[in-house]
Design a protein around this ligand. Structure first.
Ligand code: KG4
Ligand code: ZN
Length: 369
């Protein structure tokens, strides 16, 4: 089936045209066209995403990205009616995310749906992150990327807005085992980066600095807490970690570049250790029923996290680890199209009962069923 997917939940405007066939656990996904515009540079001055600016930019960029995507998919001088007529349906993120930003994508998708005479299907952004791991990068050398996605799975979802451990019994059946009680881990990366004078988004920049500190191979002086690492539940908390960094800055412990790099490393180590230990606890609790560990969302692009997870896998040899490709870790429209495919295959009735789509900034994986 051919799916036109639209994503505008945060500060990335993205449109993709996909052709997806085959079994849910190992579909053949062809990306016919894909365009993405990140607004990160515009939001930099605010140290985070500014909703009304995001909305304006999405509105401006959506028609441009749609045209780019269609031209890539159908490289004729003009996009002809018969070309988009091959599209089976339009998929759009309806939540969670920033509501003004979500509404721009929904309005655009519904107007297009009317114009093209195609159904429009709402997609949960977090389901998009989960199923992003189904996209297999043909150039990837890691062989786990080419296997079937075996369920049940445990998913560690780590993004700018979410930190969740989700049990996926079957496609479309989710149970939230734990979540952050305050900041999301990506948000903590962004806030700590800002405190250290780095630009938004902070995750990649913190990682870069932390690597420089590791290259020195010296012990570091900063000790940071591992919030909730020994709590009996599977919830997270990252605001204490952020405050601990703030106190070190206030106490003038960060005087030069080397201190800044060491602090980035101390923070990254603490955040990664908490994520990995909570994941271990969830795997132990769920026992042998879990076949796959999915780690997805923007922070899954973090190399330190990926190598700590590979080490964790040594203690769970029967388990397969699935991470998205770097391109699909952060927000994109390809993952929205894949999640729409899963949603339609598992519940074909949604194409029959389409009502106007509403943005829901707080949509959860369980409220969507
Ligand atoms: O999934 P995503 O693109 O957007 C949301 O749905 O929130 O995640 C964005 C988050 C940002 O907080 C960004 O700093 C973080 O992912 N991020 C990283 C890395 N790349 C992106 N965090 C740590 N290390 C990275 N390499
Ligand atoms: Zn996301």
């Amino acid at each position: 089936m051919k799916i036109l997917a639209i994503e505008t939940s945060c500060d990335e405007t993205a449109v993709a045209l996909l052709e997806i066939e085959g079994p849910l656990e190992n579909p053949d996904i062809k990306v016919l066209g894909n365009s993405l515009l990140s607004q990160a540079a515009l939001h930099e001055q605010y140290g985070g995403v500014y909703p009304s600016l995001a909305k304006r930019e999405h509105q401006k960029n959506l028609p441009i990205l749609l045209e780019q995507t269609l031209r890539e998919a159908f490289p004729s001088p003009e996009v002809q009616e018969k070309d988009w007529d091959e599209v089976d349906f339009i998929a759009v993120t309806s939540g969670p995310g920033l509501e003004p930003a979500l509404w721009t994508g929904i309005t655009f998708a519904e107007e297009l749906g009317k114009r093209w005479g195609k159904p429009v299907v709402p997609v949960n952004h977090m389901a998009g992150h989960i199923y992003s791991v189904l996209y297999q990068d043909k150039f990837s050398i890691s062989n786990f990327q080419f296997s079937k996605l075996e369920l049940p799975a445990l998913a560690l979802l780590v993004s700018g807005g979410h930190t969740e451990l989700v049990y996926i019994k079957d496609f479309g059946h989710y149970e939230i085992l734990g979540r952050t009680l305050d900041d999301a881990v990506g948000e903590a990366f962004d806030k700590v980066a800002r405190m250290l004078g780095l630009k938004y988004p902070g995750g990649p920049k913190i990682s870069e600095l932390a690597e420089k500190s590791r290259e020195r191979k010296a012990e570091i002086n900063f000790k940071l807490p591992r919030p909730m690492i020994h709590s009996k539940d599977l919830n997270f908390s990252f605001s204490g970690l952020k405050t601990a960094v703030l106190y070190k800055i206030r106490d003038k412990k960060i005087e030069n570049e080397k201190d800044q790099e060491d602090m980035a490393r101390a923070f990254e180590d603490a955040a990664v250790e908490v994520l990995v230990e909570k994941t271990r606890q969830a795997l132990l609790e769920r026992g042998e029923e879990v076949k796959t560990l999915i780690v997805a969302g923007g922070v899954s692009a973090n190399r330190q996290l990926a190598s700590a997870l590979e080490k964790l896998m040594e203690d769970f040899p029967a388990l397969t680890l699935r991470l998205p490709t770097q391109e699909l870790a952060t927000d994109n429209a390809i993952m929205i199209g894949i999640a729409a495919f899963i949603s339609i295959k598992t519940n074909p009735d949604i194409l029959l009962n389409l009502s106007p789509i509403k943005a829901n900034g707080n949509l959860t994986l369980t409220s969507f069923q």
